[in-house]
Design a protein around this ligand. Structure first.
Ligand SMILES: Cc1cc2nc3c(=O)[nH]c(=O)nc-3n(C[C@H](O)[C@H](O)[C@H](O)COP(=O)(O)O)c2cc1C
Ligand SMILES: [Mn+2]
Length: 533
């Protein structure tokens, strides 16, 4: 696949790139930071779908220039823009290619690039300490009407250090701004920052942290990326962009931050204090979790570029930026999990956007023995991501594209016998955000496996015909109406002869759900025996 090596120097270079490629709208109309900004983004996503451009708000009410007055959002709403960020051809690279590319980047440690230390950088253009600190200097949005407050951190990167190894972690954990110099941080124990915080708790020591807002885009992606082996996300981000990220030392904490970031907030997470945070419009599309006590981050210093651009994102119902990123990141994580465990027959793993990239995991396999779907479900439900992902596992045959929800639904309709193929695991460890679980039963959910593969144990029967038409072995399952490769190729090759062009006006989608039956690449895979019919 054509690679576009893209070492975006900073967020501004990424914004320029998007603008030059017709992927950005500047919103110059006045927009209020309370709910209106979020709703404008929401409508763009809901009405324009993948065609919604990234948005740069430049006229936010209460935030006139020359103070901080710009906010950038919505860049990663669509796999095509994630492809741009990853240096792949946006027209050719679908989510399955993004997953493989990410796995290559994570595995090839020789390509990982440690950050480059520099003494100065644009983020030091303004250094604020003491009374000069005011988080609300920045146009922090109140994204959803029902949110408990304004969210300082949504697509940011929190940097913390492991007190034992000295290694740093780079992750995205939501943060609600409370006062001019205090914010909540949503630390889950199962996340890397949770490990760091537990060590500080045991030592009864505050945890130093640097909150980066508006970093260059590769680090944004990696900060939300779960990995199996410990990696420094900033080094993988270096590999992704093909150049190390330049970092400067913080002024008040023992950490380094990207020199080209728009904003950095330095401080520490108090080990004792907790304050009520939330609710927040979460990834499932609900305000599922009532407010609860969270650790408090206290600010020592604020660094920012001249005329800084704030960056954040709207969580909530599908499809949002988190879903686009998570669908690829989680699919990569689970692909690797199943490979490491040696589960046989696995082809592809997809976390579909319809289920918010978190809810459903669809795995395509080449079945060779009964019970493969059970092995897959149990493996997925045993991972550290299980508490907030994969309520439902759907296993399909390899002729079904797991990223194509219409094909998956067709398969569920006609390759499933409910009494045999659906299994339910009640009261499995889960997260509190699931809206279907009543408040008194939180922390558990019911998980479901749908095995939508054709039964592998059925014996061949000539009444269904033969592999190929009138030849080969008898079939084990009724033949679908899928064309034979020979005829499909003939019709493909002669298509111009028939003189058929699409109707200029229609309601619906430009592509049929079984378009893949006619893709020459897939036809060739069948001919080569690389894929089952
Ligand atoms: C918009 C957004 C908000 C997120 N909020 C949280 C959060 O509040 N808490 C959390 O544990 N993970 C959150 N995540 C997921 C983590 O960023 C992700 O699991 C990542 O792998 C964490 O890094 P780590 O693996 O280094 O711990 C969020 C992700 C996104 C995209
Ligand atoms: Mn990490």
């Amino acid at each position: 696949m054509a690679a576009f090596p893209l070492a975006f120097a900073d967020l501004r270079a990424w914004i320029d790139y998007l603008e030059r490629h017709g992927q950005l709208a500047r919103v110059e109309a006045p927009v209020h930071w309370h709910s209106e900004l979020g709703l404008v983004l929401r409508r763009a996503w809901d009405v324009y779908g993948d065609a919604a451009p990234a948005l740069l708000f430049t006229n936010i009410i209460d935030y006139p220039p020359p103070g901080p007055h710009r906010l950038f959002t919505g860049a990663l709403r669509g796999h095509h823009r994630l492809a741009m960020l990853m240096g792949l051809d946006p027209a050719a690279a679908g989510p399955a290619q993004l997953v493989e590319h990410l796995l290559e980047l994570l595995h090839d440690r020789r390509r990982h690039l440690p950050p480059k230390q520099v003494h100065d950088g644009p983020v030091l253009e303004n250094v604020l300490t003491g009374d000069a600190i005011d988080l609300f200097r920045f146009p922090i949005p109140h994204w959803n009407e029902r949110d408990g407050g304004r969210y300082l951190g949504t697509l940011h990167c929190v940097i913390t250090r492991d007190p034992d190894s000295g290694a740093c972690n780079y992750g995205t954990y939501r943060m609600q701004a409370f006062t001019a110099n205090e914010a909540a941080i949503n630390i889950s124990p199962s996340q890397h920052i949770g490990g760091h915080f537990a060590k500080h708790l045991r030592r009864r020591r505050p945890m130093e942290a640097a909150v980066v807002i508006g970093q260059e885009p590769a680090l944004t992606l990696l900060a939300t990326c779960p990995t199996h082996d410990p990696v420094a996300e900033i080094e993988v981000a270096g590999a992704l962009r093909g150049a190390p990220i330049e970092v400067v030392r913080c002024r008040t904490v023992d950490l380094e931050v990207p020199a080209h970031a728009e904003i950095v907030v330095e401080g520490y997470v108090d080990w004792q204090e907790r304050r009520m945070e939330g609710p927040f419009g979460e990834f499932a599309g609900y305000h599922g979790m009532p407010p609860s006590p969270k650790p408090v981050f206290k600010v020592n210093a604020v660094l920012h570029r001249d005329d800084p651009i704030f960056r954040g994102t709207l969580e909530g119902h599908p499809v949002n930026e988190d879903h686009v990123m998570s669908s690829v990141l989680f699919s990569a994580y689970f692909t690797e999990l199943l490979r490491r465990l040696g589960v046989p027959g696995v082809r592809r793993v997809a976390m579909p956007l319809d289920a918010a990239g978190y809810g459903h995991c669809v795995v395509s396999i080449r079945p060779s023995a009964a019970g493969q779907a059970d092995m897959i479900a149990h493996a997925l439900w045993a991972s550290r991501l299980s508490p907030f992902t994969v309520k439902h596992v759907i296993v399909v045959d390899e002729d079904i594209d797991p990223w194509n929800s219409e094909q998956v639904n067709w398969s569920i309709a006609w390759r499933v016998r409910a009494t045999e193929d659906i299994k339910i695991w009640p009261r499995h460890r889960s997260l509190r955000t699931d809206p279907r679980i009543p408040p008194e039963e939180k922390d558990f959910c019911d998980r479901m496996l749908i095995d939508a593969t054709r039964p592998v144990t059925w014996k061949p029967r000539s009444l269904w015909g033969y592999e190929g038409v009138e030849k080969g072995r008898p079939l084990r399952f009724p033949p679908s109406t899928k064309p034979s490769t020979v005829l499909a190729r003939q019709v493909n090759d002669g298509w111009q002869r028939y003189g058929i062009t699409p109707a200029p006006c229609y309601n619906g989608k430009p592509a049929g759900m079984m378009q893949s039956w006619w893709e020459s690449d897939l036809i060739q895979q069948h001919i080569d025996g690389r894929m089952d019919p």
